[in-house]
Design a protein around this ligand. Structure first.
Ligand code: ATP
Ligand code: MG
Length: 343
């Protein structure tokens, strides 16, 4: 696929997209089709929300679009880069340099300070290849960007604290800043407010919105919450692994009405999907997350470990270092987050 086809008719390019995406988990009798021929693009400089009943394939779509998981068939692109064409090393680099992540569990590195957590992806990217070429101007730009991010997340007075010393909302704001730190093409957020009270949730959503509208970034967010979805420019609705609807200029009310249609349909079908109940994230989701975690972890562990150890903070335990790249979420899975860092 070339650059022309990665553009929408309106001329706005897609930061990420999937074409005829199919994802089947398992095989034969136990096979589950999580994505069933989905084609969708996430326009650059826009905020897109993905909604749908539990098990409808939202996280799967996000993980496949972000290069955290592979499609069974079809294609996924970040910009014009087709992810299936990349070997593991390139995919790891792409995730690190062009994609940011925010997860429901904040996944900060517990042994690093707020400032170190925020700059980690960029430190890694810098250490990995741009170091020699990075001139003073680029460094200055990066510094200004980081300052702007820290301003936006409003954590100037917490920069030298560790995650366990922060509230859940503050931790997630750090995670948001970290996701944007390396100026990725797109930030994917999977239920970023799922563990937050409504006020902290609003703050995080406000941040995501400002990153898009004030800083020109691109956000794709999975959420169960109509109020959260109303922060987006457009909401995509999935059901049974298919894209079934989309809504521009969403309001919480309109989104809620649309979701009720799922409830009515599933209730009359006698199906178990319950959008309201699924807000507390299913076991499946955590299964997916741990799968992804271990994949990503094994991809980047050695790189990240040595980067962290040499470049950021000597003595960082290997278990914690494994969850540090922007594409990683292993802090929780590897059991390294202290109790206080957990939601
Ligand atoms: N690793 C896996 N192995 C087998 N089936 C899986 C796996 N991961 C997901 N699935 C199945 O794929 C489907 C989509 O799962 P996915 O996690 O994408 O749903 P979701 O929309 O994100 O749900 P939730 O709102 O509960 O997080 C579900 O039927 C789920 O059971
Ligand atoms: Mg999910």
């Amino acid at each position: 696929m070339n650059a022309a086809t990665s553009r929408r008719r309106s001329g706005v390019p897609y930061a990420a997209r999937v074409e005829a995406a199919v994802k089947v988990y398992g095989s034969s009798a136990t096979a589950v089709t999580a994505l069933d021929d989905v084609s969708v693009g996430f326009p650059a400089g826009r905020f897109t929300a993905i909604m749908g009943p539990s098990g409808s394939g939202k996280s799967t779509l996000m993980h496949c679009a972000a290069g955290l998981d592979t499609l069974t068939s079809g294609s996924a692109y970040i910009g014009d880069t087709e992810l299936g064409s990349l070997d593991d090393r390139r995919l790891t680099l792409l995730r690190r340099e062009r994609v940011g992540f925010v997860f429901q569990a904040f996944n900060l590195v517990p042994t690093l300070t707020v400032a170190e957590n925020i700059t980690l992806p960029m430190d890694l990217a810098g250490h990995r290849g741009r170091r020699g070429r990075q001139d003073r101007r680029a460094r200055q730009e990066q510094l200004e960007w980081t300052e702007a991010l820290i301003d936006v997340v409003g954590l100037h007075d917490r920069l030298h604290h560790r995650p366990a010393e922060l509230s859940g909302g503050q931790q997630q704001r750090v995670a948001v800043a970290r996701a944007f730190a390396g100026r990725p093409d797109v930030v994917f957020a999977d239920e970023p407010t799922g563990n937050l009270d409504s006020r902290s949730g609003e703050e995080v959503l406000g941040l995501l919105g400002r990153a898009v509208r004030g800083m020109g970034r691109t956000v794709v967010m999975v959420t169960h919450d109509p109020v959260a979805a109303a922060h987006a420019d457009e909401v995509l609705f999935l059901a049974d692994g298919r894209l079934v609807d989309r809504m521009a200029a969403p309001t919480a009310e309109k989104v809620l009405d649309r979701l009720k249609a799922f409830d009515t349909r599933t209730t009359s079908d006698g199906a178990a999907a319950d959008i309201a109940a699924s807000g507390d994230q299913s076991d499946v989701q955590s299964d997916v997350q741990s799968d992804v975690q271990s994949d990503v972890q094994s991809d980047v562990q050695s790189d990240v470990q040595s980067d962290v150890q040499s470049g950021v903070q000597a003595g960082t335990a290997s278990g914690t270092a494994s969850g540090t790249a922007s594409g990683d979420q292993s802090g929780t899975a590897s059991g390294t987050a202290p109790e206080g860092a957990r939601p």
